[in-house]
Design a protein around this ligand. Structure first.
Ligand SMILES: Cc1cc2nc3c(=O)[nH]c(=O)nc-3n(C[C@H](O)[C@H](O)[C@H](O)COP(=O)(O)OP(=O)(O)OC[C@H]3O[C@@H](n4cnc5c(N)ncnc54)[C@H](O)[C@@H]3O)c2cc1C
Length: 261
């Protein structure tokens, strides 16, 4: 018991919930103040630990905030019946959780190219917001950059983009970012005037128009495993090599129930 506890103390630090924004019934943005400054690179994920029936259960979550910000922010989807997310939904302001001190992940900016094509389903926008907030803060601090970004953000309805839609639209005014939100169920939202269809349906049209191709770009796909699989095939046909496509799948295709016939 003592060994488990001392291991937890050595590897984890406490994080206090300081802000919660419910985007919808099953999407929430949670901001935590961490007892100590965690060192990470934009795009990486943190491991959250929560006690469930006496055991410590851990799950990875992409960090939305920039390493420059004094809090860590997550954009989380509630998985009904899941181990951790229902517990996260019960947290009140002031509640604490544990976060592993070591922040990890390879889903970071490839600075070897200038063009970055970012593809996200709903919460999969998290690492891209971290990278783009970091880019903005670096520019404000006087850095120069010739990097260009396209974010294609897919959801079934526009409410699921949360406040990240207006944040990325605001950032896109400076010209170095193009943000394209797309809804896959436009019939449920007659007032939506933006793009319609899945990310994979509209990706080629925009990349061709904006001049993002295999000669100058790296693609990053994050979130739903089916989107990741589909865009990888499309990008391969557009001559992107394997090392020009980075992926972060939030769960496995094996976990999805087959559609009802
Ligand atoms: C690198 C990485 C980063 C991640 N970042 C985020 C993030 O920023 N935001 C976020 O919401 N999630 C993220 N996830 C997913 C997260 O780690 C958990 O898997 C998810 O929150 C479910 O946890 P749970 O304990 O509630 O459910 P579990 O008990 O783990 O899962 C119950 C079942 O639901 C399946 N499942 C898990 N997630 C989903 C889903 N979204 N839709 C349908 N079925 C699912 C599981 O595979 C399992 O079969 C990330 C995953 C990885 C690998």
């Amino acid at each position: 018991m003592t060994t488990v506890l001392s291991k937890v103390q050595a590897n984890h630090c406490r994080a206090e919930l300081i802000e919660r924004r419910d985007v919808s019934q099953n999407l929430a943005i949670l901001r935590f103040r961490v007892a100590e400054r965690l060192s990470f690179t934009a795009g990486q994920y943190a491991t959250i630990s929560i006690a469930v029936d006496g055991d410590l259960v851990e799950r990875p979550y992409s960090i939305v905030s920039s390493p420059h910000e004094p809090f860590i922010e997550f954009f989380i989807e509630l998985v009904p019946g899941g181990n951790i997310t229902p517990k996260l939904w019960e947290l009140k302001l002031g509640s604490t959780i544990l976060v592993r001190r070591r922040i990890v992940g390879q889903f970071t900016l490839d600075k070897g190219v200038t063009h970055h094509l970012m593809l996200a389903t709903v919460t999969g926008v998290a690492p891209f917001v971290s990278i783009l907030r970091t880019q903005q803060i670096d520019l404000e601090r006087g850095a120069t950059s010739n990097h260009r970004f396209v974010v294609i953000h897919g959801a079934s309805q526009s409410a699921d983009f949360g406040p990240y839609r207006s944040e990325l639209e605001e950032l896109s005014r400076a010209g170095w970012l193009t943000y394209i939100p797309t809804v896959s169920r436009p019939w449920a939202e007659p007032s939506w005037e933006g793009e319609t269809g899945r990310i994979e349906d509209i990706m080629r049209k925009h990349t061709d128009q904006l001049g993002f191709d295999h000669s100058n770009s790296v693609a990053y796909a994050c979130g739903h495993p089916q989107m990741v699989a589909n865009v990888k095939e499309i990008l391969a046909r557009a001559r992107f090599r394997k090392d020009q496509i980075k992926e972060e799948k939030y769960f496995s295709l094996d976990d999805i129930d087959p559609p009802e016939l």
